[in-house]
Design a protein around this ligand. Structure first.
Ligand SMILES: Cc1ncc(COP(=O)(O)O)c(C=O)c1O
Length: 359
């Protein structure tokens, strides 16, 4: 059939990329979660002959991948009767889940107390408050393990005892967390690429994203290998505990979800690598992403040299870079906290690009 303009039905209209938006209005902002863009990145490592795709979870209404598990976990708790409108949710978060839950809880008339630690971006804490959440800040690491995440989990337990009827959604063990990535994130990627994907990369913390993706891949018999990108200092997947400066990636305790997933490969990156990868992505593709995505890009720069030409790689952009302007994208912060000057960062960024393009 001919298009009125004379183009055939096979040629995509100029507005094809807006088709999701132009389908018509959706019912409330929660209905706008998911169906995020999958973007082909031709400029990141241009000489590598590897096809690279980024799943922009930063395009979710709450600005991160965590919109998906937040919605899934609250819906699941409401369905089961464990949580009722008017109740209270207490949850530990590195920030993004807090923003997502603040919105979902507000929509259901649920009080939300978010336990964060000092690593959470200041603007993220302000966002949680702006959406009606209460921020409970943990300033001291757990005395036994020296870990902030463990201290947060203990604080949640304390609040659950103090606030009558309060529940926690338990993102570190709740099956609805990986379920949201199985039903949403990975299904969307697989459907967009007709199942033709060789490598799937994701930063890890609760491991909900990589677990959900891995289950989808297994259940659908896809030829896709999973690569978990974790931070140095994280104890996930046999890592050794150490200092971590940036939120979002890694964990100071072995999460329950991580016990049930075995990524095909685990790659570790430090904070400087996150900065370098994030800056390269901004420079080459104009995508301003958060620290964990920077870590994934750095790991990908190491990996592409090993991959055969034509290999298809997708990675998750868990959040945008706006909340990291005072850290990852701030030379003064990088010099002071990571002890790495602007020249060193510039040299490392150029080296990553060159290393990846040498193949
Ligand atoms: C920015 C960012 N990247 C990566 C992750 C890791 O995702 P997951 O918890 O599903 O392993 C998180 C989780 O908090 C995050 O906030």
């Amino acid at each position: 059939m001919n298009h009125p303009s004379g183009a055939t039905a096979r040629s995509a209209p100029a507005s094809a990329h807006l088709s999701g938006i132009l389908d018509g209005p959706v019912d409330g902002v929660s209905a706008a979660v998911g169906r995020t863009p999958l973007v082909r990145l031709a400029h990141l490592f241009p000489a590598s002959d590897v096809e690279i795709f980024a799943k922009l979870e930063s395009a979710n209404p709450g600005g991160s991948a965590k919109d998906r598990p937040a919605l899934a976990m609250v819906r699941d708790a409401l369905r089961s009767g464990r949580l009722r409108p008017g109740g209270t949710v207490v949850e530990s978060s590195s920030g993004n889940l807090g923003v997502a839950l603040a919105r979902v809880c507000r929509a259901h008339g649920i009080r939300f107390v978010c336990v964060v630690d000092l690593r959470a971006n200041v603007s993220t804490r302000a966002l949680i408050r702006a959406l009606g959440g209460e921020v409970d800040l943990v300033t001291q690491p757990d005395p036994d393990t020296g870990d902030l995440l463990t201290a947060r989990v203990h604080r949640v337990e304390e609040l659950l005892r103090e606030i009558p009827g309060a529940v926690t959604l338990g993102q570190y063990s709740n099956p609805a967390n990986p379920g949201a990535h199985h039903d949403g994130t990975m299904r969307e990627i697989a459907e967009t690429l007709d199942g033709r994907l060789d490598v799937m990369m994701s930063a890890v913390s609760t491991t909900g994203t990589i677990s959900g993706c891995a289950r989808y891949i297994r259940e659908h018999g896809l030829p896709t290998r999973t690569v978990a990108v974790d931070s140095t200092g994280s104890v996930l997947f046999g890592g050794t505990a150490g200092v971590r400066h940036l939120p979002g990636m890694g964990a100071g305790m072995v999460t329950e979800l991580s016990r049930h997933v075995e990524p095909d490969r685990v790659m570790r990156v430090d904070s400087v690598a996150c900065v370098v990868g994030a800056r390269l992505l901004a420079e080459r593709e104009g995508i301003l992403a958060g620290a964990s995505t920077g870590g994934v890009v750095h790991a990908l720069g190491t990996l592409v040299g090993e991959l055969a030409p034509g290999t298809r790689v997708a990675f998750i952009v868990h959040d945008g870079g706006g909340a990291y302007l005072d850290t990852v994208y701030d030379d003064e912060w990088v010099a002071r906290v990571l002890d790495t000057g602007p020249d060193q960062i510039a040299t490392a960024t150029a080296a990553l690009r060159d290393r990846a393009t040498r193949g």
